[in-house]
Design a protein around this ligand. Structure first.
Ligand code: URP
Ligand code: ZN
Ligand code: ZN
Ligand code: ZN
Length: 474
């Protein structure tokens, strides 16, 4: 048992002084003033610290095979790094091989993730359509604890689907009470622009953002919303559309307009898009520029204002990292051709601090709003709430003890991610995870990481569909 004494509890709704008793099953047993420590219970002094729900990162790619290589953080190293940064759960993406059944791919991902140090769940990507996909989606929702499917409107000749497949999948997801997530960029337009740039000899990383202009993200986001609306069951029910890594003003506006019409469309923001602009692609050091190659790319500064506005107003609800690590030798695959630079950047360990510093310390967000966008909103949207994202008796004891005023300067050598750089090198951030508690156990303790291989559990997420109460178990 673990008793956390003297902290200021912050949830998405309120802040209050209370102690928290965690039981041996890894759940919160009691919350109250001056709780007595049962015999044999470990007591933590949290005075001066905030006690918040552990972060949930709903967008990671641990050991993902992608663009001819495999992301370097595996389920152990990546989730352990998350714990060091205050993130206690992830939702990763199952990506079926060409022609592989969705269910087999999900089983393979279950195997890879057995080494995870924190709890995890899966979205499953729909990358083609046939009867098997239709049936596997049903099996995954009913037997697999999957309530979200992923769709790529980009990565032509690889993961991209056309609108017909997307419509079929959305219809099926709605039938099942599952949620559709989407990478919204126009893959045909990107392929066209990439070919043009290469033909002109523009082979460097600075061509990456030119091949993926903001307008084609806006177009794809609007198209996804339009397609979702075509179904005769409007998105008023609990099977919404979730747009991942929104990076532009155009996509933010499309989401806000849809929401004003009463459609349940959600948007996710990555901290890196809030902090860096497209000047990163003009670094005279090729590798530095290549390290920022991810999709969607970093944008001109004006977009950051729109993304902050989306988070502040609640039109964009969640933050994730799209954690997808590639080391120097992997980025070098695109030395002579920017389209071959593996797309992806690290960030799971830095996310909470970056958002506290640039969100809360800057005065844009309250501490409660920080909890909402790093944990609670995600738990609600993906039907993990109130098990996760919540501080209440019965909830999982996944907590972060947060020093709101401690500062540190980020450097890759001091982080735990299995990758040779951080986007935030040299950035001084205020706000730090002092201790992270996962399943009632302190796994990050003032600089010491005690993450345990295989301790993470697969978290089943019930369907969201019409009439199904959110608390129903799978
Ligand atoms: O560049 C990125 N984001 N790599 C991972 C795959 C994706 O698009 O999310
Ligand atoms: Zn059907
Ligand atoms: Zn993506
Ligand atoms: Zn991604």
């Amino acid at each position: 048992m673990l008793l956390i004494k003297g902290g200021l509890i912050v949830t998405a709704e309120r802040r209050f002084d209370a102690d928290i008793l965690c039981d041996d099953a890894g759940r919160i047993a009691r919350i109250g003033a001056d709780l007595e420590a049962p015999t044999g219970c470990t007591v933590i002094d949290a005075s001066g610290l905030l006690v918040m729900p552990g972060g949930i990162d709903p967008h990671t790619h641990m050991e993902m095979p992608f663009m001819g290589t495999t992301a370097s953080d595996d389920f152990f190293t990546g989730t352990a790094a998350g714990l060091a940064g205050g993130t206690t759960s992830i939702i990763d993406f199952v990506i079926p091989d060409q022609g592989q059944s969705l269910f087999d791919a999900w089983r393979a991902w279950r195997g890879k993730a057995e080494k995870a140090a924190s709890d995890y769940g899966f979205h499953v990507a729909v990358t083609h359509w046939d009867e098997q996909v239709h049936d596997d989606m049903g099996r995954l929702v009913r037997e697999g604890g999957v309530n979200s499917f992923k769709h790529f409107m980009a990565y032509k000749n690889a993961l991209m689907i056309d609108d017909t497949v997307f419509l079929r999948s959305m219809q099926r997801a709605r039938e099942l009470g599952a949620l559709c997530t989407v990478h919204a960029e126009n893959g045909d337009a990107i392929a066209f622009l990439q070919a043009q740039l290469l033909a002109k000899g523009e082979t460097g990383p600075s061509s990456h953002p030119l091949s993926r202009p903001a307008a084609i993200e806006g177009e794809a986001a609007q198209r996804a919303i339009t397609l979702a609306e075509l179904d005769d069951t409007p998105l008023y029910d609990d099977t919404p559309l979730y747009i991942v890594h929104v990076s532009t003003e155009e996509a933010t506006q499309a989401i806000a307009a849809a929401r004003l019409k009463g459609l349940k469309v959600y948007g996710e923001v990555l901290p890196q898009h809030l902090v860096f602009d497209d000047s990163v692609y003009h670094d005279s050091d090729w590798l530095q520029a290549a390290r920022h190659v991810m999709s969607p790319p970093f944008r001109p500064k004006a977009h950051q204002k729109a993304l902050w506005g989306g988070l502040i107003s609640g039109q964009l609800q969640t933050t994730a990292t799209d954690h997808c690590c590639f080391c120097q030798d992997q980025k070098m695959r695109g030395r002579d051709d920017f389209t071959k630079i593996p797309n992806g950047v690290p960030g799971i360990e830095e996310r909470m601090s970056v958002l506290w510093h640039h969100g809360v310390v800057s005065g844009r967000l309250s501490a409660e709003e920080f909890v909402a966008i790093t944990s609670t909103n995600t738990a609600r949207i993906f039907n993990l709430y109130p098990r996760k994202g919540c501080i209440a008796p019965g909830a999982d004891a996944d907590l972060v003890l947060w020093d709101p005023s401690a500062s540190r300067t980020i450097t890759a050598g001091a982080l735990h991610q299995n990758v040779d750089y951080t986007l935030y090198e040299g950035m001084t951030l205020t706000g730090l995870a002092v201790k992270t508690i996962s399943q009632g156990v302190v796994v990050w303790d003032e600089g010491t990481l005690r993450a345990e291989r295989g301790k993470g559990r697969y978290i089943r997420r019930p369907a969201l569909g019409r009439g199904r109460p959110l608390w129903q178990k799978v």
